[in-house]
Design a protein around this ligand. Structure first.
Ligand SMILES: Cc1cc2nc3c(=O)[nH]c(=O)nc-3n(C[C@H](O)[C@H](O)[C@H](O)COP(=O)(O)OP(=O)(O)OC[C@H]3O[C@@H](n4cnc5c(N)ncnc54)[C@H](O)[C@@H]3O)c2cc1C
Length: 304
């Protein structure tokens, strides 16, 4: 029966795992790929399990085989090398700790707003991206840092921009035999500032709206600008018309106000249990404006 507007859909949560599945904990990327290939479409990578185990308890997903990647060597690291390289199975806790006081403060702010320490201790950055929630909090900052993701599968390795990775709600370009191994962020460069803000019903809740901005400034001129929002479209999205409108311009309140109106026109939100589409549209504009000014101040050494 179709759900009526305003009706709350009953959500199954068995709170136990009712399904049987095979379980493997390989130690190399090669073994992971072999297991995924051998067990076919029913196989699923598990990292921290903070999304997947809930989905199994809610009976949204019934994998016949779980391949745990947390013992795999070479998937958990953070290193500066032509920007920042993060192994996909690196825990949110470690990424957050690294990004505090780094030039990637928007990523620190995003993880700080994501769940609580228990979630940071279990969840991984790759899991947050591969789960492909429109509200994944690490996605907007990674999009504005022009992150690329490296995938490895039976046909070898490929690298693509994060903005080409998401294809829809909980859907990505990942093939059944592929896993994500690395996330690579561009170096910010001189005169850069970035920031992230999220609006949610309560602390530690999924976003109603989230926004990240990366920019560079020379005096009053913004020479580079990237804007990304979460929870306002089927996938985390860049707002390129706004970026083009701002780049190369002297920054004035009126320009940022106009840009924020365009943000609210560009987003494609829905009504759901967390918010209405109309509220999201309005809050997207305000959130963008606040994040922009934060990043703008930070580009000349401001802290707030
Ligand atoms: C209480 C609670 C609060 C939360 N709050 C938030 C929040 O505010 N914001 C938010 O964004 N998220 C939130 N989450 C969701 C969650 O913690 C994150 O999405 C987490 O980062 C997922 O990482 P994981 O390692 O646990 O992934 P898993 O659950 O292990 O995996 C998630 C999905 O990604 C796939 N996968 C994982 N790693 C890889 C890989 N390397 N290659 C290929 N596929 C892979 C799995 O097959 C699975 O489909 C919350 C979760 C909980 C339990």
């Amino acid at each position: 029966m179709a759900q009526q507007k305003g009706e709350v859909k009953e959500m199954i949560n068995t709170r136990i795992l009712t399904q049987e599945f095979d379980y493997f904990a390989p130690e190399s990327i090669k073994q992971v790929v072999e297991l995924l290939e051998r067990h076919g479409e029913g196989a699923r990578v598990i990292a921290g399990g903070t999304d997947l185990i809930n989905q199994m308890k809610e009976e949204k997903m019934s994998p016949s085989c779980l391949v745990n990647i947390m013992n795999v060597k070479g998937l958990r690291y953070i290193k500066e090398d032509e920007g920042l390289r993060i192994g996909a199975a690196t825990k949110l806790r470690d990424v957050r700790a690294y990004c505090f006081k780094s030039r990637y403060v928007a990523l620190y702010e995003a993880i700080s707003s994501l769940g609580k320490p228990q979630v940071w201790n279990m969840g991984t950055i790759g899991g947050n991206l591969c789960n492909a929630s429109p509200a994944a909090d690490t996605a907007p900052p990674l999009l504005v840092f022009k992150a690329r993701v490296k995938l490895v599968g039976k046909d070898g390795e490929r690298e693509l921009l994060l903005e080409d990775f998401f294809t829809g709600v909980n859907s990505t370009v990942l093939q059944p035999t592929e896993l994500m191994v690395e996330i690579h962020l561009d170096p910010p460069g001189d005169g850069a500032g970035n920031a992230f803000l999220k609006v949610a019903r309560v602390g530690a809740d999924i976003s109603k709206v989230s926004c990240a901005v990366f920019l560079k400034r020379q005096g009053r001129t913004c020479t580079e600008c990237r804007v990304a929002l979460g929870a306002v479209a089927p996938v985390p999205m860049r707002v390129k018309v706004v970026e083009e409108m701002i780049e190369g311009r002297e920054i004035e309140e009126s320009l940022v106000a106009k840009a924020s109106e365009i943000v609210s026109e560009e987003v494609k939100p829905i009504d759901d249990i967390r918010s209405s589409a109309e509220y999201r549209r309005q809050v997207a504009a305000v959130t963008f404006r606040d994040v922009f000014w934060k990043a703008w101040d930070r580009a000349i050494g401001g802290k707030n």
